[in-house]
Design a protein around this ligand. Structure first.
Ligand SMILES: Nc1ncnc2c1ncn2[C@@H]1O[C@H](COP(=O)(O)OP(=O)(O)OP(=O)(O)O)[C@@H](O)[C@H]1O
Ligand SMILES: [Mg+2]
Length: 668
């Protein structure tokens, strides 16, 4: 049975056991009835010893084959409580499994043959009992399926082909990846309901109990994840470091303004407009929107006003008001005669009369300011002080405020709906706030500095557009933070574990940027999604961009997928190996002349054929049981794993409201 032979076949009767019985029996006869064999007692023992040794070796080999066949169909439940998940600073625990080698492909290849189909079917009795138990739920068979000591209990409801793991489970052990490899980021694919989020929980559990800074972005906002996080945080006494925001529960959620931190104010505009789909003509409107949001954000920044979605939305629609507020605040300090000049313009106008001698309509202050600015800009543009103008925001702001209103509205139309979708949701108070009323405030920089654990639930099932827009802004905020960390001294000591569930909801160009910069800034990204096509759709149906994105992930985990393109992203990276098939052939030739008494001759041969196969085929990924995955890491190491189902220790509150209140209101 060892693989040193040209052909290993475990799908056969374990004849080794027969040899073991014969050897054992003969050994026993040699000792017990040595006289019958004309042996002395000592001789009997001496002959019996090698027979017993042979019996032992053959029994071991036979039992291995028997166990191997039994394990093929074994589907064991595998769960771990919060504290049972192993924790290590050097390694990240993924689950139980084995290194996937060519021999496993070979075994699957043999299993696919007609003569071996019986090994992947449960025995007749089991099937009969299960069928009767379903047909008669109160019958005796139904009772038999509940008895622990009988082999009729139903298999765990995880579906898939158990033998994908069974072909290697004889070598099953704990599987880890090096924590240092995580800087090259990980991506997990899996169709819906196969265990992506539970896998996230297992990893987050370890990051939390390891004492790391952790940020979890969960577009759906899953209660179980929140509870798992709560339990892990409590288990290691870090509840004070935990902050949760869930967009479905703004009154008890932590506050987070994704526009508040930046190194350059122009980043604000990029974050706000990142949610506008931009290709073709749309790109031009996106650029216009960027330009005007940038003007508004720059002014608010110079004025020392809060920059949030609400203030941006207010002023982008009313550039005139911003112009007047800005000029009134800044100009008295830079132009000594500003206030008197404005008054002079108003007085001069109001003192004029029309051709009938009636006083002209009084001049509004805003028009007076515009006239003042027209003159101011002209003067500076022609008197050699253009540089002063160029550096100032005043010219673009003036241009925006004096643009024809209909035209201005048209070119900024793309940004309005995006901002409305954010501002007109109940979650608006999470991003646009002046007073946090004692609720904690999330600042990405603090997460790293104070080693906080932050969970952001975007509640995308209720408001997809808002979740996507804000999710992208969070990523952009992180990119900016990476840039700052990168350029700061001592950045090597920073560390943040970022987990993004359903990341196709928030992936855009900024995410690619994040993956590029994050590793160097000590941020380890773990992203989870369903299909590669979802990523392509997020890039405006640009599948090439999605494939390019995949180039940034050093570790890829594949749970069950049902999409060919997604499966191919994995299988295409794998080697081709040679699988062997034994082809028996028998021939007989008649010899009619019957010379030398030979009437016929026969030949029996076994030919071994080799064919090239992918070490993992697409179909294998389609048939994985729930909670099982193939993992490729560290430049080609390949594992087949069973992920434990996180079974939190039950110390977490039972509803969203109670978890959020307990975590956040202790700050109030
Ligand atoms: N490791 C596991 N072992 C056994 N069952 C599992 C495992 N992981 C997940 N499951 C089963 O699958 C269900 C769905 O898991 P999970 O929520 O993680 O899926 P998902 O891939 O995140 O789904 P969705 O795309 O809907 O978010 C769980 O409730 C559980 O019953
Ligand atoms: Mg999920």
């Amino acid at each position: 049975m060892a693989s040193k032979y040209a052909f290993e076949n475990l799908f056969r009767t374990p004849w080794e056991l027969l040899i073991a019985i014969i050897a054992f029996s003969f050994g026993s006869i040699c000792i017990l009835h040595h006289q019958t064999l004309a042996l002395s007692a000592n001789m009997g023992v001496m002959i019996a010893m090698p027979c017993f040794l042979l019996a032992l070796i053959r029994s071991y080999q036979g039992i291995q084959i028997w166990l191997f066949k039994k394990r093929l169909l074994l589907l064991k439940s595998f769960a771990m409580s919060t504290k049972e998940v192993p924790v290590s600073k050097q390694h990240l625990y993924l689950g139980k499994g084995f290194t996937w080698l060519p021999i496993h492909r070979q075994r699957l290849h043999l299993l696919s043959m007609l003569e071996n189909q019986s090994y992947i079917q449960r025995n007749f009795l089991y099937r009969f009992v299960q069928k009767r138990a379903k047909d008669y739920p109160k019958g005796i068979c139904a009772k038999l399926t509940t008895l622990r000591f009988l082999p009729f209990r139903p298999m765990p409801e995880i579906g898939g082909k158990a033998w994908l793991h069974g072909v290697g489970s004889d070598k099953e052990h704990n599987i880890y990846v090096n924590q240092s490899n995580r800087n090259s980021h990980e991506c997990t694919f899996g169709m819906t309901r196969v265990g992506k989020t539970r896998y996230l929980s297992i990893k987050v559990n370890q990051d939390i109990r390891n004492g790391d800074a952790v940020l979890i972005i969960d577009p759906k906002g899953d209660l179980e994840v929140m509870q798992d996080i709560y339990c892990a945080t409590k288990a290691c006494g870090r509840l004070d470091d935990l902050i949760i925001t869930h967009f479905g529960f703004p009154d008890i959620s932590a506050k987070y303004n994704p526009l508040a931190s930046f190194s350059n104010v122009s980043e604000v505009a990029s974050r706000v407009v990142s949610a506008i789909a931009g290709s073709g003509e749309g790109q031009a409107f996106k650029d216009f929107a960027w330009q005007y949001v940038n003007i508004v954000a720059s002014c608010l920044n110079e004025l020392g006003e809060v920059i949030n979605y609400k203030t941006i939305a207010f002023y982008i629609k009313r550039p005139e008001i911003l112009l007047i507020t800005y000029v009134d605040k800044i100009f008295p300090n830079i132009e000594a005669g500003y206030l008197s000049d404005i008054q002079e313009i108003i007085d001069e106008n109001n003192s004029r009369v029309d051709k009938d001698g009636n006083p002209v309509a009084p001049l509004s202050r805003s028009i007076a300011i515009k006239r003042y600015l027209t003159k101011y800009i002209e003067e500076h543009a022609t008197t050699g002080t253009q540089k002063q103008l160029m550096d100032s925001i005043i010219v673009p702001l003036y241009n925006a405020a004096t643009l024809d209103k209909t035209y201005y509205d048209k070119i900024t139309a793309s940004i309005g709906p995006v901002l409305d979708k954010i501002n007109q949701t109940q979650a608006e108070s999470i991003f646009s706030f002046e007073n946090s009323f004692g609720l904690p405030e999330i600042k990405l920089e603090d997460i790293i500095k104070r080693k906080q654990i932050v969970y952001i639930g975007l509640d995308s099932l209720t408001n997809k557009d808002m979740a996507e827009s804000v999710g992208q802004a969070i990523i952009a905020d992180l990119v900016s933070l990476c840039g700052r960390i990168y350029s700061e001294a001592g950045s090597k000591t920073t560390s943040l574990c970022l987990h993004c569930d359903e990341f196709s909801n928030i992936v855009r160009d900024e995410f690619v940027n994040l993956l590029n910069k994050a590793g160097g800034a000590g941020i380890k990204v773990s992203a989870y999604t369903q299909t590669i096509n979802d990523l392509g759709a997020a890039f405006g149906n640009n599948q090439d961009k999605a494939k390019m994105l995949m180039g940034n992930f050093g570790t890829i985990s594949m749970l069950r997928v049902s999409n060919e393109d997604t499966a191919k992203t994995f299988t295409n990276c794998l080697e081709t190996i040679q699988t062997r098939t034994s082809v028996p052939s028998t021939m007989a030739n008649d010899k009619p002349d019957g010379k030398n008494g030979d009437l016929f001759t026969t030949y029996n041969t076994d030919t071994i054929l080799q064919t090239g196969n992918a070490i993992i085929e697409i179909n294998d990924l389609f048939s994985l049981p729930k909670g099982q995955a193939f993992v490729m890491t560290n430049g080609g190491e390949l594992y087949k794993i069973r992920i434990p189902l996180p079974k939190n220790d039950g110390t977490a509150p039972q509803t969203f409201e109670t978890v959020l209140s307990e975590v956040n209101l202790c700050f109030a």
